[in-house]
Ligand binder design. Structure first.
Ligand SMILES: NC(=O)c1ccc[n+]([C@@H]2O[C@H](COP(=O)([O-])OP(=O)(O)OC[C@H]3O[C@@H](n4cnc5c(N)ncnc54)[C@H](O)[C@@H]3O)[C@@H](O)[C@H]2O)c1
Length: 401
Protein backbone atom coordinates (compact mmCIF):
# COMPACT_ATOMS: atom_id res chain seq x y z
CA UNK A 1 0.00 0.00 0.00
CA UNK A 2 1.49 3.43 -0.93
CA UNK A 3 1.88 5.81 1.98
CA UNK A 4 -0.63 8.64 2.33
CA UNK A 5 -0.29 12.21 3.59
CA UNK A 6 -3.23 14.17 4.96
CA UNK A 7 -3.14 17.71 3.64
CA UNK A 8 -4.85 20.80 5.05
CA UNK A 9 -5.04 23.95 2.97
CA UNK A 10 -5.72 27.42 4.43
CA UNK A 11 -7.21 29.77 1.83
CA UNK A 12 -9.89 28.92 -0.70
CA UNK A 13 -9.81 31.63 -3.35
CA UNK A 14 -7.28 32.13 -6.17
CA UNK A 15 -4.45 30.06 -4.72
CA UNK A 16 -6.96 27.83 -2.93
CA UNK A 17 -8.14 26.70 -6.36
CA UNK A 18 -4.68 26.22 -7.89
CA UNK A 19 -3.44 24.19 -4.91
CA UNK A 20 -6.64 22.12 -4.67
CA UNK A 21 -6.31 21.36 -8.37
CA UNK A 22 -2.68 20.33 -7.84
CA UNK A 23 -3.51 17.87 -5.04
CA UNK A 24 -6.48 16.51 -7.01
CA UNK A 25 -4.36 15.74 -10.07
CA UNK A 26 -0.80 15.06 -8.94
CA UNK A 27 -1.18 11.31 -8.29
CA UNK A 28 -2.96 10.86 -11.62
CA UNK A 29 -0.04 12.18 -13.69
CA UNK A 30 2.99 11.41 -11.49
CA UNK A 31 4.00 8.15 -9.79
CA UNK A 32 4.30 9.90 -6.47
CA UNK A 33 5.81 8.00 -3.54
CA UNK A 34 3.12 9.37 -1.21
CA UNK A 35 -0.56 9.77 -2.09
CA UNK A 36 -2.02 13.10 -0.95
CA UNK A 37 -5.35 12.98 0.88
CA UNK A 38 -7.33 16.23 0.71
CA UNK A 39 -8.23 16.25 4.40
CA UNK A 40 -9.31 19.79 5.43
CA UNK A 41 -9.82 23.14 3.75
CA UNK A 42 -9.84 26.22 6.02
CA UNK A 43 -10.80 29.81 5.20
CA UNK A 44 -12.97 32.59 6.61
CA UNK A 45 -16.26 32.32 4.75
CA UNK A 46 -18.28 29.29 5.97
CA UNK A 47 -20.93 29.59 3.26
CA UNK A 48 -18.30 29.61 0.53
CA UNK A 49 -16.45 26.69 2.12
CA UNK A 50 -19.61 24.57 2.20
CA UNK A 51 -19.64 24.71 -1.61
CA UNK A 52 -15.88 24.77 -2.17
CA UNK A 53 -15.03 21.67 -0.08
CA UNK A 54 -17.19 19.06 -1.90
CA UNK A 55 -16.57 20.67 -5.29
CA UNK A 56 -12.79 20.34 -4.96
CA UNK A 57 -12.73 17.04 -3.07
CA UNK A 58 -11.91 18.17 0.48
CA UNK A 59 -13.20 15.79 3.17
CA UNK A 60 -13.74 18.50 5.80
CA UNK A 61 -13.82 22.28 6.12
CA UNK A 62 -13.37 24.75 8.96
CA UNK A 63 -13.35 28.51 9.53
CA UNK A 64 -10.90 28.05 12.42
CA UNK A 65 -7.48 27.55 10.80
CA UNK A 66 -5.92 26.51 14.13
CA UNK A 67 -8.01 23.31 13.91
CA UNK A 68 -5.70 21.99 11.20
CA UNK A 69 -2.59 22.57 13.33
CA UNK A 70 -4.24 20.87 16.31
CA UNK A 71 -5.41 17.88 14.25
CA UNK A 72 -2.83 15.12 14.70
CA UNK A 73 -3.98 13.42 11.49
CA UNK A 74 -2.82 16.34 9.34
CA UNK A 75 0.72 15.91 7.97
CA UNK A 76 1.14 18.97 5.75
CA UNK A 77 -0.35 22.45 6.21
CA UNK A 78 -0.50 24.56 3.06
CA UNK A 79 -0.76 28.32 3.66
CA UNK A 80 -2.57 30.10 0.81
CA UNK A 81 -3.66 33.24 2.69
CA UNK A 82 -2.71 36.94 2.48
CA UNK A 83 0.92 37.69 3.33
CA UNK A 84 0.44 39.08 6.85
CA UNK A 85 -0.81 35.74 8.18
CA UNK A 86 1.85 33.53 6.57
CA UNK A 87 4.11 33.76 9.63
CA UNK A 88 1.50 33.04 12.30
CA UNK A 89 0.00 30.12 10.39
CA UNK A 90 3.28 28.58 9.20
CA UNK A 91 4.94 28.86 12.61
CA UNK A 92 1.92 27.28 14.37
CA UNK A 93 1.97 24.40 11.89
CA UNK A 94 5.74 23.90 12.24
CA UNK A 95 5.47 23.93 16.03
CA UNK A 96 2.79 21.24 15.73
CA UNK A 97 5.27 19.10 13.75
CA UNK A 98 3.68 19.49 10.31
CA UNK A 99 5.37 19.91 6.96
CA UNK A 100 4.50 23.39 5.65
CA UNK A 101 4.00 24.70 2.12
CA UNK A 102 3.51 28.47 2.06
CA UNK A 103 2.54 30.82 -0.73
CA UNK A 104 4.97 33.48 -1.92
CA UNK A 105 6.30 35.90 -0.91
CA UNK A 106 7.50 34.02 2.19
CA UNK A 107 6.03 36.92 4.20
CA UNK A 108 4.97 40.55 3.91
CA UNK A 109 7.95 41.73 6.00
CA UNK A 110 11.54 40.64 6.54
CA UNK A 111 10.85 40.40 10.26
CA UNK A 112 8.03 37.87 9.74
CA UNK A 113 10.19 35.95 7.25
CA UNK A 114 13.06 35.77 9.76
CA UNK A 115 10.74 34.26 12.38
CA UNK A 116 9.48 31.72 9.84
CA UNK A 117 13.04 30.75 8.99
CA UNK A 118 13.86 30.26 12.69
CA UNK A 119 10.75 28.10 13.17
CA UNK A 120 11.69 26.01 10.12
CA UNK A 121 15.21 25.48 11.46
CA UNK A 122 13.82 24.44 14.87
CA UNK A 123 11.33 21.96 13.35
CA UNK A 124 13.96 19.47 12.27
CA UNK A 125 11.57 16.79 11.06
CA UNK A 126 9.44 19.15 9.01
CA UNK A 127 10.03 19.99 5.36
CA UNK A 128 9.18 23.48 4.17
CA UNK A 129 8.18 24.64 0.70
CA UNK A 130 7.34 27.99 -0.89
CA UNK A 131 5.11 28.14 -3.95
CA UNK A 132 7.47 29.85 -6.36
CA UNK A 133 5.56 27.94 -9.02
CA UNK A 134 7.28 29.46 -12.08
CA UNK A 135 10.37 27.35 -11.29
CA UNK A 136 8.31 24.37 -12.38
CA UNK A 137 7.13 25.74 -15.70
CA UNK A 138 9.00 23.35 -18.05
CA UNK A 139 10.66 26.17 -20.04
CA UNK A 140 11.97 27.83 -16.85
CA UNK A 141 13.16 24.50 -15.40
CA UNK A 142 14.87 23.86 -18.75
CA UNK A 143 16.58 27.27 -18.65
CA UNK A 144 17.89 26.37 -15.18
CA UNK A 145 19.25 23.09 -16.57
CA UNK A 146 20.93 24.82 -19.54
CA UNK A 147 22.79 27.22 -17.24
CA UNK A 148 23.76 24.36 -14.90
CA UNK A 149 25.15 22.37 -17.85
CA UNK A 150 27.31 25.38 -18.74
CA UNK A 151 25.52 26.06 -22.05
CA UNK A 152 25.45 29.83 -21.38
CA UNK A 153 28.95 30.00 -19.90
CA UNK A 154 29.68 33.02 -17.77
CA UNK A 155 26.53 35.08 -17.20
CA UNK A 156 26.76 38.80 -18.00
CA UNK A 157 23.19 40.09 -17.88
CA UNK A 158 19.84 39.24 -16.29
CA UNK A 159 16.88 41.38 -17.37
CA UNK A 160 13.59 40.58 -15.68
CA UNK A 161 10.20 42.26 -15.76
CA UNK A 162 6.83 41.13 -14.45
CA UNK A 163 4.14 43.39 -15.89
CA UNK A 164 0.40 43.37 -15.24
CA UNK A 165 -2.26 46.05 -15.78
CA UNK A 166 -5.16 45.17 -13.48
CA UNK A 167 -4.32 47.85 -10.89
CA UNK A 168 -6.08 50.85 -12.47
CA UNK A 169 -8.25 53.37 -10.55
CA UNK A 170 -11.36 51.15 -10.83
CA UNK A 171 -9.76 48.31 -8.88
CA UNK A 172 -11.00 48.48 -5.27
CA UNK A 173 -8.96 48.48 -2.08
CA UNK A 174 -8.22 44.75 -1.95
CA UNK A 175 -5.89 43.37 0.75
CA UNK A 176 -3.20 43.54 -1.94
CA UNK A 177 -3.24 47.37 -1.64
CA UNK A 178 -2.93 47.43 2.14
CA UNK A 179 0.62 47.60 3.48
CA UNK A 180 -0.29 45.93 6.78
CA UNK A 181 -1.64 42.87 4.97
CA UNK A 182 0.43 42.64 1.81
CA UNK A 183 3.73 44.13 3.03
CA UNK A 184 4.26 45.67 -0.40
CA UNK A 185 2.38 45.90 -3.71
CA UNK A 186 3.68 44.87 -7.12
CA UNK A 187 7.06 44.39 -5.44
CA UNK A 188 6.26 41.43 -3.14
CA UNK A 189 3.64 40.19 -5.56
CA UNK A 190 5.58 40.26 -8.84
CA UNK A 191 9.23 41.17 -8.24
CA UNK A 192 9.28 38.29 -5.73
CA UNK A 193 8.65 35.86 -8.60
CA UNK A 194 11.30 37.27 -10.94
CA UNK A 195 13.92 37.56 -8.20
CA UNK A 196 13.30 33.89 -7.41
CA UNK A 197 13.45 32.97 -11.12
CA UNK A 198 16.68 34.92 -11.63
CA UNK A 199 18.32 33.20 -8.64
CA UNK A 200 16.97 29.82 -9.74
CA UNK A 201 17.98 30.05 -13.41
CA UNK A 202 21.46 31.48 -12.79
CA UNK A 203 22.17 29.43 -9.64
CA UNK A 204 23.72 32.63 -8.29
CA UNK A 205 22.92 35.01 -5.44
CA UNK A 206 22.33 38.77 -5.51
CA UNK A 207 24.90 40.63 -3.42
CA UNK A 208 23.90 44.26 -3.93
CA UNK A 209 20.84 46.28 -4.88
CA UNK A 210 21.16 49.79 -6.25
CA UNK A 211 19.12 52.48 -7.98
CA UNK A 212 15.72 51.38 -6.81
CA UNK A 213 12.55 53.40 -7.38
CA UNK A 214 8.98 52.78 -6.16
CA UNK A 215 5.75 54.57 -7.07
CA UNK A 216 2.11 54.48 -6.01
CA UNK A 217 0.18 55.89 -8.98
CA UNK A 218 -3.30 55.36 -7.55
CA UNK A 219 -3.36 56.76 -4.02
CA UNK A 220 -7.02 56.14 -3.11
CA UNK A 221 -9.23 53.19 -3.95
CA UNK A 222 -12.86 52.38 -3.35
CA UNK A 223 -13.77 50.22 -0.37
CA UNK A 224 -16.18 47.46 -1.34
CA UNK A 225 -17.47 44.91 1.15
CA UNK A 226 -18.59 41.48 -0.05
CA UNK A 227 -21.38 39.52 1.60
CA UNK A 228 -18.78 37.63 3.67
CA UNK A 229 -17.41 40.92 5.03
CA UNK A 230 -14.16 40.61 3.03
CA UNK A 231 -12.97 43.27 0.64
CA UNK A 232 -14.11 41.91 -2.66
CA UNK A 233 -12.78 42.24 -6.17
CA UNK A 234 -14.09 44.10 -9.21
CA UNK A 235 -17.79 43.59 -9.83
CA UNK A 236 -18.65 42.72 -6.22
CA UNK A 237 -22.03 43.85 -4.95
CA UNK A 238 -21.71 47.35 -3.54
CA UNK A 239 -23.50 48.09 -0.30
CA UNK A 240 -24.24 51.67 0.79
CA UNK A 241 -22.59 54.76 -0.62
CA UNK A 242 -19.04 54.98 -1.99
CA UNK A 243 -16.21 55.01 0.51
CA UNK A 244 -12.51 55.40 -0.30
CA UNK A 245 -9.37 54.33 1.52
CA UNK A 246 -5.65 54.92 0.97
CA UNK A 247 -3.51 52.47 -0.92
CA UNK A 248 -0.42 51.98 1.23
CA UNK A 249 1.66 49.91 -1.18
CA UNK A 250 3.64 50.51 -4.37
CA UNK A 251 2.06 50.01 -7.78
CA UNK A 252 5.48 49.67 -9.42
CA UNK A 253 9.05 49.03 -8.30
CA UNK A 254 12.20 48.95 -10.45
CA UNK A 255 15.75 48.24 -9.33
CA UNK A 256 19.22 47.20 -10.42
CA UNK A 257 21.28 44.44 -8.83
CA UNK A 258 24.65 42.71 -8.92
CA UNK A 259 25.18 38.95 -8.63
CA UNK A 260 28.00 37.24 -6.72
CA UNK A 261 29.64 35.89 -9.89
CA UNK A 262 29.60 39.33 -11.51
CA UNK A 263 26.40 39.44 -13.58
CA UNK A 264 24.40 42.67 -13.51
CA UNK A 265 20.61 42.65 -13.45
CA UNK A 266 17.52 44.79 -13.74
CA UNK A 267 14.11 44.03 -12.26
CA UNK A 268 10.79 45.76 -12.92
CA UNK A 269 7.30 45.02 -11.59
CA UNK A 270 4.11 46.93 -12.28
CA UNK A 271 0.35 46.57 -11.91
CA UNK A 272 -0.21 49.49 -14.30
CA UNK A 273 1.69 48.35 -17.39
CA UNK A 274 -1.22 48.95 -19.75
CA UNK A 275 -1.65 46.10 -22.21
CA UNK A 276 0.46 43.54 -20.34
CA UNK A 277 -1.70 41.03 -18.47
CA UNK A 278 0.73 38.53 -17.03
CA UNK A 279 3.98 39.30 -18.82
CA UNK A 280 6.47 37.52 -16.60
CA UNK A 281 9.66 37.84 -18.65
CA UNK A 282 13.29 37.03 -18.07
CA UNK A 283 16.33 37.28 -20.33
CA UNK A 284 19.78 35.93 -19.50
CA UNK A 285 22.84 36.70 -21.62
CA UNK A 286 25.94 34.56 -21.19
CA UNK A 287 29.31 34.23 -22.86
CA UNK A 288 28.29 31.12 -24.83
CA UNK A 289 24.57 31.64 -25.24
CA UNK A 290 21.44 33.45 -24.15
CA UNK A 291 17.81 32.68 -23.30
CA UNK A 292 14.54 34.61 -23.25
CA UNK A 293 11.30 33.52 -21.55
CA UNK A 294 7.89 35.18 -21.46
CA UNK A 295 5.15 33.45 -19.46
CA UNK A 296 2.53 34.62 -21.96
CA UNK A 297 4.21 32.13 -24.34
CA UNK A 298 5.04 29.70 -21.57
CA UNK A 299 5.66 26.61 -23.72
CA UNK A 300 8.52 28.32 -25.54
CA UNK A 301 12.11 29.19 -24.66
CA UNK A 302 14.10 31.40 -26.98
CA UNK A 303 17.71 30.27 -27.31
CA UNK A 304 20.77 31.85 -28.92
CA UNK A 305 23.86 29.69 -29.41
CA UNK A 306 26.98 31.84 -29.52
CA UNK A 307 29.26 28.83 -30.08
CA UNK A 308 28.14 27.91 -33.61
CA UNK A 309 29.82 29.59 -36.62
CA UNK A 310 28.87 33.24 -36.96
CA UNK A 311 26.88 32.71 -40.17
CA UNK A 312 24.69 30.13 -38.38
CA UNK A 313 23.91 32.29 -35.36
CA UNK A 314 20.41 33.55 -34.62
CA UNK A 315 17.62 33.25 -32.09
CA UNK A 316 15.67 30.00 -32.23
CA UNK A 317 12.43 29.17 -30.48
CA UNK A 318 12.43 25.86 -28.64
CA UNK A 319 9.01 24.35 -28.10
CA UNK A 320 9.61 22.98 -24.59
CA UNK A 321 7.20 20.07 -24.89
CA UNK A 322 9.46 17.14 -25.76
CA UNK A 323 9.48 14.73 -22.87
CA UNK A 324 10.12 11.02 -22.67
CA UNK A 325 10.46 11.10 -18.88
CA UNK A 326 14.29 10.89 -19.10
CA UNK A 327 17.05 13.49 -18.99
CA UNK A 328 16.85 13.56 -22.82
CA UNK A 329 13.47 15.22 -22.66
CA UNK A 330 12.33 18.53 -21.26
CA UNK A 331 11.69 18.59 -17.50
CA UNK A 332 8.21 17.55 -16.30
CA UNK A 333 6.61 17.25 -19.74
CA UNK A 334 7.10 13.46 -19.90
CA UNK A 335 4.34 13.30 -17.28
CA UNK A 336 1.97 15.31 -19.46
CA UNK A 337 1.06 15.13 -23.11
CA UNK A 338 2.79 14.29 -26.42
CA UNK A 339 5.06 16.90 -28.06
CA UNK A 340 3.38 20.24 -28.79
CA UNK A 341 0.26 19.34 -26.79
CA UNK A 342 0.73 22.39 -24.62
CA UNK A 343 0.69 22.82 -20.84
CA UNK A 344 -0.77 25.78 -18.92
CA UNK A 345 -0.63 27.82 -15.71
CA UNK A 346 -1.93 25.00 -13.51
CA UNK A 347 0.81 22.56 -14.52
CA UNK A 348 3.53 24.46 -12.61
CA UNK A 349 1.54 23.93 -9.41
CA UNK A 350 0.89 20.24 -10.11
CA UNK A 351 4.60 19.75 -10.91
CA UNK A 352 5.43 21.43 -7.60
CA UNK A 353 3.01 19.19 -5.67
CA UNK A 354 4.81 16.16 -7.19
CA UNK A 355 8.21 17.48 -6.12
CA UNK A 356 6.96 18.29 -2.61
CA UNK A 357 5.77 14.70 -2.19
CA UNK A 358 9.13 13.44 -3.53
CA UNK A 359 11.07 15.60 -1.07
CA UNK A 360 8.90 14.49 1.87
CA UNK A 361 9.60 10.87 0.85
CA UNK A 362 13.36 11.58 0.76
CA UNK A 363 13.58 11.55 -3.05
CA UNK A 364 15.09 14.18 -5.35
CA UNK A 365 12.85 16.81 -6.94
CA UNK A 366 13.19 17.28 -10.73
CA UNK A 367 14.73 20.73 -10.13
CA UNK A 368 15.57 22.28 -6.73
CA UNK A 369 12.62 23.03 -4.51
CA UNK A 370 12.32 26.40 -2.78
CA UNK A 371 12.23 25.96 0.99
CA UNK A 372 11.99 28.67 3.68
CA UNK A 373 15.78 29.21 3.74
CA UNK A 374 15.85 29.65 -0.03
CA UNK A 375 12.81 31.98 -0.04
CA UNK A 376 14.42 34.02 2.72
CA UNK A 377 17.17 35.02 0.26
CA UNK A 378 14.51 36.42 -2.09
CA UNK A 379 12.89 38.21 0.87
CA UNK A 380 16.23 39.88 1.65
CA UNK A 381 16.47 41.17 -1.93
CA UNK A 382 12.89 42.52 -1.71
CA UNK A 383 13.79 44.28 1.53
CA UNK A 384 17.06 45.66 0.11
CA UNK A 385 15.26 47.14 -2.91
CA UNK A 386 12.82 49.05 -0.68
CA UNK A 387 15.68 50.28 1.56
CA UNK A 388 17.52 51.41 -1.56
CA UNK A 389 14.47 53.26 -2.92
CA UNK A 390 13.64 55.00 0.37
CA UNK A 391 17.21 55.94 1.36
CA UNK A 392 18.37 56.56 -2.22
CA UNK A 393 21.49 54.49 -1.73
CA UNK A 394 22.97 51.12 -2.71
CA UNK A 395 22.29 48.30 -0.23
CA UNK A 396 24.59 45.31 0.24
CA UNK A 397 22.79 42.05 1.01
CA UNK A 398 25.48 41.18 3.56
CA UNK A 399 24.22 44.13 5.65
CA UNK A 400 20.79 42.49 5.96
CA UNK A 401 20.55 39.69 8.50
N1 LIG B 1 2.19 31.62 -6.71
C1 LIG B 1 1.51 32.56 -7.36
O1 LIG B 1 1.69 32.76 -8.57
C2 LIG B 1 0.50 33.38 -6.63
C3 LIG B 1 -0.56 34.01 -7.32
C4 LIG B 1 -1.50 34.72 -6.57
C5 LIG B 1 -1.36 34.83 -5.20
N2 LIG B 1 -0.29 34.26 -4.57
C6 LIG B 1 -0.12 34.36 -3.11
O2 LIG B 1 -1.09 33.52 -2.49
C7 LIG B 1 -1.56 34.09 -1.26
C8 LIG B 1 -3.08 34.21 -1.32
O3 LIG B 1 -3.43 34.99 -2.44
P1 LIG B 1 -4.86 34.79 -3.16
O4 LIG B 1 -4.73 35.52 -4.46
O5 LIG B 1 -5.26 33.37 -3.17
O6 LIG B 1 -5.77 35.62 -2.17
P2 LIG B 1 -7.36 35.65 -2.13
O7 LIG B 1 -7.71 36.95 -1.53
O8 LIG B 1 -7.89 35.24 -3.45
O9 LIG B 1 -7.70 34.47 -1.06
C9 LIG B 1 -7.30 34.55 0.28
C10 LIG B 1 -7.92 33.39 1.06
O10 LIG B 1 -7.38 33.41 2.39
C11 LIG B 1 -8.45 33.35 3.33
N3 LIG B 1 -8.03 34.09 4.52
C12 LIG B 1 -7.74 35.41 4.60
N4 LIG B 1 -7.34 35.70 5.86
C13 LIG B 1 -7.41 34.55 6.55
C14 LIG B 1 -7.14 34.21 7.90
N5 LIG B 1 -6.71 35.11 8.77
N6 LIG B 1 -7.32 32.92 8.28
C15 LIG B 1 -7.76 31.99 7.40
N7 LIG B 1 -8.01 32.26 6.11
C16 LIG B 1 -7.84 33.52 5.70
C17 LIG B 1 -9.63 33.97 2.64
O11 LIG B 1 -10.83 33.50 3.25
C18 LIG B 1 -9.44 33.47 1.20
O12 LIG B 1 -9.98 32.16 1.09
C19 LIG B 1 -0.82 35.43 -1.13
O13 LIG B 1 0.30 35.25 -0.31
C20 LIG B 1 -0.38 35.75 -2.56
O14 LIG B 1 0.81 36.54 -2.60
C21 LIG B 1 0.61 33.54 -5.27
Amino acid sequence: MPKTLNIALIGSKFMGRTHSNAYLNVAKFFDVPITPVMHTIAARDAEDLATFAPRWGWLKFTTRWKDVCEDENVGLVDVGTPNHVHAEQSIAALEAGKHVACEKPLAGTLDDARQMLAAAKAARKSKTFVWYNYRRVPAVAFAHQLVKEGKLGRIYHVRAAYLQDWGGPDTPLLWRFKGKQAGSGAHGDLNAHIIDMARFITGDEITEVVGSIEETFIKKREIIESAGGEIAGKGAKKTGKKRYGRSTVDDAVMFLARFKRGAVASFEASRLATGDKNANRIEVHGEKGAIKFNFERMNELEWYDNTVPDKMQGWSTINVTRGDGTANGHPYVGNWWPASHLVGYEHGFINQAADMLNVIAGKKPVVPICDFADAYQTQKVLHAAIESARNRCPVKLSEIK
